[in-house]
Write a protein of this length. Structure first.
Length: 273
Protein backbone atom coordinates (compact mmCIF):
# COMPACT_ATOMS: atom_id res chain seq x y z
CA UNK A 1 0.00 0.00 0.00
CA UNK A 2 2.84 2.40 0.81
CA UNK A 3 6.16 2.75 -1.01
CA UNK A 4 7.93 4.17 2.03
CA UNK A 5 7.27 5.03 5.66
CA UNK A 6 8.66 8.43 6.65
CA UNK A 7 9.11 9.52 10.27
CA UNK A 8 9.65 13.11 11.37
CA UNK A 9 12.26 13.08 14.14
CA UNK A 10 12.98 15.81 16.67
CA UNK A 11 13.94 13.91 19.82
CA UNK A 12 10.62 14.49 21.59
CA UNK A 13 8.73 11.70 23.35
CA UNK A 14 5.88 11.89 20.86
CA UNK A 15 8.25 11.55 17.89
CA UNK A 16 9.81 8.41 19.43
CA UNK A 17 6.32 7.01 19.87
CA UNK A 18 5.74 7.78 16.19
CA UNK A 19 8.86 5.70 15.44
CA UNK A 20 7.38 2.71 17.30
CA UNK A 21 4.11 2.91 15.36
CA UNK A 22 6.02 3.27 12.09
CA UNK A 23 8.06 0.15 12.87
CA UNK A 24 4.84 -1.76 13.66
CA UNK A 25 3.51 -0.97 10.18
CA UNK A 26 6.84 -1.73 8.53
CA UNK A 27 6.87 -5.23 10.00
CA UNK A 28 3.55 -6.01 8.29
CA UNK A 29 4.08 -4.46 4.86
CA UNK A 30 7.89 -4.75 4.72
CA UNK A 31 8.38 -1.11 3.70
CA UNK A 32 11.56 0.87 4.45
CA UNK A 33 11.42 3.48 7.20
CA UNK A 34 13.19 6.81 6.61
CA UNK A 35 13.91 9.03 9.59
CA UNK A 36 13.98 12.73 8.69
CA UNK A 37 15.47 15.31 11.04
CA UNK A 38 15.07 18.96 10.06
CA UNK A 39 17.28 21.55 11.74
CA UNK A 40 15.02 24.57 11.97
CA UNK A 41 16.77 27.28 9.96
CA UNK A 42 14.81 29.92 11.85
CA UNK A 43 16.84 29.07 14.95
CA UNK A 44 20.04 29.97 13.07
CA UNK A 45 18.76 33.21 11.57
CA UNK A 46 20.69 36.13 13.09
CA UNK A 47 17.64 38.40 13.12
CA UNK A 48 15.63 35.77 14.94
CA UNK A 49 18.44 35.13 17.44
CA UNK A 50 18.88 38.85 18.09
CA UNK A 51 15.14 39.31 18.65
CA UNK A 52 14.97 36.23 20.86
CA UNK A 53 17.90 37.24 23.04
CA UNK A 54 16.45 40.72 23.32
CA UNK A 55 13.14 39.18 24.37
CA UNK A 56 15.00 37.19 27.05
CA UNK A 57 17.08 40.18 28.15
CA UNK A 58 20.45 39.08 26.68
CA UNK A 59 22.88 40.58 24.18
CA UNK A 60 23.75 38.99 20.82
CA UNK A 61 27.42 38.34 19.99
CA UNK A 62 28.73 37.67 16.48
CA UNK A 63 30.16 34.22 17.25
CA UNK A 64 26.85 32.89 18.58
CA UNK A 65 25.40 31.68 15.27
CA UNK A 66 28.15 29.09 14.51
CA UNK A 67 27.87 27.75 18.05
CA UNK A 68 24.11 27.42 17.77
CA UNK A 69 24.46 25.64 14.40
CA UNK A 70 27.05 23.29 15.92
CA UNK A 71 24.75 22.51 18.85
CA UNK A 72 21.76 21.83 16.58
CA UNK A 73 23.80 19.60 14.27
CA UNK A 74 25.15 17.62 17.22
CA UNK A 75 21.62 17.18 18.55
CA UNK A 76 20.39 16.03 15.12
CA UNK A 77 23.22 13.50 14.77
CA UNK A 78 22.49 12.05 18.21
CA UNK A 79 18.82 11.53 17.40
CA UNK A 80 19.50 10.08 13.95
CA UNK A 81 22.09 7.63 15.32
CA UNK A 82 19.67 6.53 18.04
CA UNK A 83 17.02 5.98 15.36
CA UNK A 84 19.38 3.88 13.22
CA UNK A 85 20.48 1.77 16.19
CA UNK A 86 16.89 1.24 17.32
CA UNK A 87 15.69 0.29 13.84
CA UNK A 88 18.51 -2.21 13.26
CA UNK A 89 17.87 -3.73 16.67
CA UNK A 90 14.23 -4.26 15.63
CA UNK A 91 15.21 -5.71 12.25
CA UNK A 92 13.75 -2.79 10.29
CA UNK A 93 15.17 -1.46 7.01
CA UNK A 94 16.03 2.07 8.15
CA UNK A 95 17.82 5.07 6.69
CA UNK A 96 18.09 8.75 7.65
CA UNK A 97 18.03 12.21 6.14
CA UNK A 98 19.30 15.38 7.84
CA UNK A 99 18.16 18.72 6.43
CA UNK A 100 18.18 22.39 7.29
CA UNK A 101 15.08 24.47 6.65
CA UNK A 102 11.56 25.07 7.89
CA UNK A 103 10.47 21.69 9.33
CA UNK A 104 6.98 21.46 7.86
CA UNK A 105 8.16 22.48 4.39
CA UNK A 106 10.99 19.95 4.36
CA UNK A 107 8.77 17.13 5.63
CA UNK A 108 6.23 17.88 2.92
CA UNK A 109 8.97 17.87 0.29
CA UNK A 110 10.51 14.63 1.53
CA UNK A 111 7.25 12.65 1.59
CA UNK A 112 5.64 11.46 -1.66
CA UNK A 113 1.98 10.73 -2.39
CA UNK A 114 2.69 6.99 -2.16
CA UNK A 115 4.23 7.35 1.33
CA UNK A 116 2.82 7.66 4.83
CA UNK A 117 4.28 10.11 7.36
CA UNK A 118 4.50 9.41 11.09
CA UNK A 119 5.07 12.44 13.28
CA UNK A 120 4.76 13.48 16.92
CA UNK A 121 1.68 15.54 17.67
CA UNK A 122 3.63 17.80 19.98
CA UNK A 123 7.26 18.17 19.00
CA UNK A 124 10.37 19.43 20.73
CA UNK A 125 10.30 23.15 21.54
CA UNK A 126 13.56 24.85 22.41
CA UNK A 127 11.86 27.94 23.84
CA UNK A 128 8.30 27.15 24.86
CA UNK A 129 5.78 29.69 23.65
CA UNK A 130 8.19 31.68 21.47
CA UNK A 131 7.96 29.64 18.28
CA UNK A 132 4.44 29.80 16.91
CA UNK A 133 2.62 27.08 15.01
CA UNK A 134 2.68 23.31 15.15
CA UNK A 135 4.72 21.40 12.58
CA UNK A 136 2.44 18.36 12.81
CA UNK A 137 -0.72 20.44 12.36
CA UNK A 138 0.61 22.34 9.34
CA UNK A 139 1.89 19.14 7.72
CA UNK A 140 -1.48 17.44 8.22
CA UNK A 141 -3.22 20.48 6.77
CA UNK A 142 -1.07 20.77 3.65
CA UNK A 143 -0.15 17.15 2.94
CA UNK A 144 -1.32 15.05 -0.02
CA UNK A 145 -0.50 11.83 1.86
CA UNK A 146 -1.79 10.20 5.07
CA UNK A 147 -0.33 11.52 8.32
CA UNK A 148 -0.14 9.50 11.53
CA UNK A 149 0.11 11.77 14.58
CA UNK A 150 1.46 10.12 17.74
CA UNK A 151 0.96 11.52 21.23
CA UNK A 152 3.44 11.79 24.09
CA UNK A 153 1.75 8.84 25.83
CA UNK A 154 2.30 5.53 24.06
CA UNK A 155 -0.84 3.41 23.70
CA UNK A 156 -1.17 -0.26 22.90
CA UNK A 157 -3.58 -0.17 19.98
CA UNK A 158 -6.39 -2.61 20.74
CA UNK A 159 -9.39 -0.61 19.53
CA UNK A 160 -9.42 1.50 16.37
CA UNK A 161 -12.09 4.11 15.66
CA UNK A 162 -13.07 5.16 12.14
CA UNK A 163 -14.88 8.48 11.78
CA UNK A 164 -17.12 7.76 8.78
CA UNK A 165 -19.55 10.10 7.02
CA UNK A 166 -20.62 8.00 4.04
CA UNK A 167 -19.18 10.29 1.40
CA UNK A 168 -17.15 8.92 -1.49
CA UNK A 169 -13.84 10.13 -0.05
CA UNK A 170 -14.48 8.58 3.34
CA UNK A 171 -14.65 5.10 1.80
CA UNK A 172 -10.88 5.23 1.45
CA UNK A 173 -10.81 5.03 5.23
CA UNK A 174 -11.94 1.41 4.95
CA UNK A 175 -8.60 0.43 3.39
CA UNK A 176 -6.66 1.97 6.25
CA UNK A 177 -8.98 0.47 8.86
CA UNK A 178 -8.38 -2.99 7.42
CA UNK A 179 -4.62 -2.44 7.22
CA UNK A 180 -4.15 -1.23 10.80
CA UNK A 181 -6.57 -3.88 12.07
CA UNK A 182 -4.05 -6.40 10.72
CA UNK A 183 -1.06 -4.53 12.17
CA UNK A 184 -2.48 -4.62 15.70
CA UNK A 185 -5.11 -7.39 15.53
CA UNK A 186 -7.42 -4.66 16.76
CA UNK A 187 -11.17 -4.28 17.16
CA UNK A 188 -12.71 -1.79 14.70
CA UNK A 189 -15.36 0.76 15.71
CA UNK A 190 -17.11 2.79 13.01
CA UNK A 191 -18.47 6.14 14.19
CA UNK A 192 -21.18 7.87 12.15
CA UNK A 193 -22.78 11.13 13.22
CA UNK A 194 -26.06 11.90 11.45
CA UNK A 195 -25.94 14.81 9.03
CA UNK A 196 -27.81 14.24 5.78
CA UNK A 197 -28.37 10.48 5.67
CA UNK A 198 -30.14 8.10 7.99
CA UNK A 199 -27.98 6.19 10.46
CA UNK A 200 -29.54 2.86 9.47
CA UNK A 201 -28.60 3.41 5.80
CA UNK A 202 -24.93 3.91 6.68
CA UNK A 203 -24.80 0.82 8.89
CA UNK A 204 -26.40 -1.26 6.12
CA UNK A 205 -23.93 0.14 3.57
CA UNK A 206 -20.98 -0.82 5.76
CA UNK A 207 -22.32 -4.31 6.44
CA UNK A 208 -22.73 -4.90 2.70
CA UNK A 209 -19.32 -3.58 1.66
CA UNK A 210 -16.84 -4.51 4.40
CA UNK A 211 -15.29 -7.97 4.68
CA UNK A 212 -14.24 -7.63 8.32
CA UNK A 213 -16.07 -7.39 11.62
CA UNK A 214 -16.73 -4.02 13.24
CA UNK A 215 -18.78 -2.32 15.93
CA UNK A 216 -21.07 0.46 14.70
CA UNK A 217 -21.89 3.64 16.62
CA UNK A 218 -24.62 5.85 15.16
CA UNK A 219 -25.00 9.22 16.84
CA UNK A 220 -26.84 12.51 16.34
CA UNK A 221 -25.31 15.87 17.17
CA UNK A 222 -22.11 17.83 16.46
CA UNK A 223 -19.71 15.46 14.66
CA UNK A 224 -16.55 16.52 16.49
CA UNK A 225 -18.16 16.28 19.93
CA UNK A 226 -19.84 12.92 19.27
CA UNK A 227 -16.66 11.41 17.79
CA UNK A 228 -14.67 12.41 20.87
CA UNK A 229 -17.39 11.08 23.18
CA UNK A 230 -17.40 7.66 21.47
CA UNK A 231 -13.59 7.49 21.56
CA UNK A 232 -13.61 8.13 25.30
CA UNK A 233 -16.55 5.85 26.07
CA UNK A 234 -15.13 2.93 24.07
CA UNK A 235 -11.46 3.49 25.06
CA UNK A 236 -10.40 3.94 21.44
CA UNK A 237 -6.60 3.83 21.02
CA UNK A 238 -6.31 5.11 17.42
CA UNK A 239 -8.75 7.24 15.42
CA UNK A 240 -8.74 7.14 11.61
CA UNK A 241 -10.47 10.04 9.92
CA UNK A 242 -10.49 12.21 6.82
CA UNK A 243 -8.39 15.35 7.18
CA UNK A 244 -9.79 18.86 6.66
CA UNK A 245 -12.69 17.89 4.41
CA UNK A 246 -14.25 21.36 4.24
CA UNK A 247 -13.13 24.10 1.90
CA UNK A 248 -10.92 26.91 3.17
CA UNK A 249 -13.81 29.40 3.33
CA UNK A 250 -16.17 27.01 5.15
CA UNK A 251 -13.41 26.12 7.61
CA UNK A 252 -12.74 29.79 8.29
CA UNK A 253 -16.41 30.49 9.02
CA UNK A 254 -17.58 27.20 10.56
CA UNK A 255 -14.39 25.73 11.97
CA UNK A 256 -12.92 22.32 11.23
CA UNK A 257 -13.89 18.98 12.74
CA UNK A 258 -10.30 17.85 12.17
CA UNK A 259 -8.83 20.83 14.03
CA UNK A 260 -11.19 20.38 16.96
CA UNK A 261 -10.35 16.69 17.30
CA UNK A 262 -6.58 17.27 17.00
CA UNK A 263 -6.77 19.80 19.81
CA UNK A 264 -9.19 17.96 22.09
CA UNK A 265 -8.52 14.22 21.71
CA UNK A 266 -5.26 12.94 23.15
CA UNK A 267 -4.87 9.64 21.26
CA UNK A 268 -2.96 8.80 18.08
CA UNK A 269 -4.67 9.98 14.89
CA UNK A 270 -4.36 8.78 11.31
CA UNK A 271 -5.45 11.60 9.01
CA UNK A 272 -6.31 10.47 5.49
CA UNK A 273 -6.57 12.63 2.39
Amino acid sequence: MFKRIVVGLDGSISSWNAVDYAFDLSKLINAPVIGVYVIDSRLINETFITDLLGFLGFTYYEDMTPKIREFLNKRADEVLNQFLDYGREKGINVSVVKLEGVPYKELLDQTDRDDILFIGKRGEKYIKGFLLGSTSYIVAKKSKFPVFMATSKHRNIERIGVAYDGRAGSKKLNEYAKLFMKVYNAEIHYIYVKESREIEDIETELLENLDFKFVFHGREGMPEEEIIDVCKEESIDLLIMGAFGKGEFKELIMGSTTSFIINNLDIPLLLVK
